[in-house]
Design a protein around this ligand. Structure first.
Ligand code: ATP
Length: 271
């Protein structure tokens, strides 16, 4: 019955070691979610309610999604992800159903993490002609959150992680007790944190000698993880181009093993 194909909610392959410069956030996140997800019996035994919602906030590209993914991957729990703007853009009634279905799915695969990106989209905007519909979506969301209390999930925790760049525009009702009553702020990384992010991003790259990560971090103020990813990606392309140029100039001869690797690669590799 039902007929719907079960989605694959296997734990992500991302690990905490894929993140740099966010040790304090990782620690806080583990404190909030690892204990209840891995040892629900302790909460059941003591009668203490575990956290239900954690709000992650910080500028775009600072690693909110990556952190949520990595926690689920590290704990080996299913990760369900939904983007609030895509839920809200549905027709009247449809959005509420999507929310109900998403939370039901989470309950089915619990213990798990349910990630809601751009959660600030779930709020009635003032002056909007759609205000009534938006109010209904907020009400549905609150009901769904309240339905994740322990007595309603057979003691299997569903922890909801909401991510936002605009914590101030979050609907006040979402921040009440039993909803998003825990928050973690992920700011713009400082020099040291940027150096750590660069170390993680370059861990699989073949770099020359003692690469000075801190020196590069110092000249990239204001860069977040996503910017540093773009930077290392661009640098990689330039490095590869330079090698091709040196080969065609005849100033660089590839070693035997690299030539063999190229020869056995798929496609036509000609230089
Ligand atoms: P948005 O608010 O735009 O959704 P976000 O805060 O969720 O952004 P992510 O999507 O997690 O940001 O980050 C984008 C990419 O930037 C990641 O996939 C990763 O490659 C890189 N990145 C961001 N932060 C870090 C970090 N702390 N360590 C390593 N890589 C990072």
């Amino acid at each position: 019955a039902g007929g719907s194909v079960a989605k694959d909610h296997s734990p992500p392959a991302t690990r905490l070691s894929d993140l740099g410069g966010v040790d304090a956030c990782i620690e806080k996140m583990l404190e909030l979610v690892a204990m209840p997800l891995c040892h629900p019996e302790i909460y059941l035994h003591t009668g203490v309610q575990p956290p239900r919602g954690v709000l992650l906030h910080g500028p775009p590209g600072c690693g909110k999604t990556l952190l949520a993914h990595a926690i689920a991957g590290e704990l080996g729990v299913p990760f369900i992800s939904v983007s609030a703007p895509s839920v809200v853009s549905g027709m009247s009634g449809e959005s509420e159903k999507t929310l109900r279905d998403t939370f039901e799915e989470a309950k089915r695969v619990a213990p798990c993490l349910l990630f809601i990106d751009e959660i600030d989209a779930i709020t009635p905007k003032r002056e909007s002609a759609q205000r009534e519909m938006e109010r209904r979506i907020v009400a549905q969301f609150l009901t769904c959150m309240d339905d994740m209390s322990w007595d309603k999930t057979d003691g299997k925790p569903v922890i909801v992680i909401g991510a936002t760049n605009r914590p101030d525009s979050l609907d006040a009702a979402l921040r009440r007790a039993g909803r998003f009553d825990h928050e973690i702020s992920m700011g713009v990384p400082d020099d040291e944190a940027r150096a750590q992010i660069l170390r993680v991003l370059c861990s699989k790259l073949r770099l020359e000698g003692d690469f000075d990560y801190l020196a590069l971090a110092k000249v990239t103020p204001g860069y977040v993880g996503a910017d540093l990813t773009a930077l290392t990606g661009a640098a990689g392309i330039i490095a590869v181009k330079r090698i091709f140029q040196q080969i065609s100039d005849g100033t660089l001869v590839l070693s035997e093993d690299v030539q063999q690797q190229l020869a056995s690669a798929d496609g036509d590799v000609s230089m």
